[in-house]
Design a protein around this ligand. Structure first.
Ligand SMILES: [Zn+2]
Length: 82
């Protein structure tokens, strides 16, 4: 009797997709991003080291044009007030 790799059963596929979705949830979404974006912009502007939460914001910004737009606008305001 040979052991062959079995294709994933539908419940296994569902579980796999659930895990992928969970992993995604741990990354910053737009709501989280906008909550921290003020702090993020300030730290970027002052050259302060980013903590893990703010690094996930930076990662989100690299993927999300809407939040990047917010960030750019905020950055201009902060720079104008320096
Ligand atoms: Zn976003």
């Amino acid at each position: 009797m040979t052991t062959k790799a079995q294709p994933l059963t539908p419940p296994q596929v569902a579980e796999f997709l659930r895990q992928v979705a969970l992993t995604r949830d741990q990354e910053a979404d737009c709501g989280t991003c906008l909550q921290h974006i003020g702090e993020f912009a300030e730290k970027k502007l002052t050259g302060t080291e980013l903590d893990a939460a703010l690094l996930s914001i930076e990662h989100h910004l690299s993927l999300c044009p809407e939040c990047t737009e917010e960030y750019e606008a905020l950055k201009k305001i902060l720079e104008a007030h320096q």
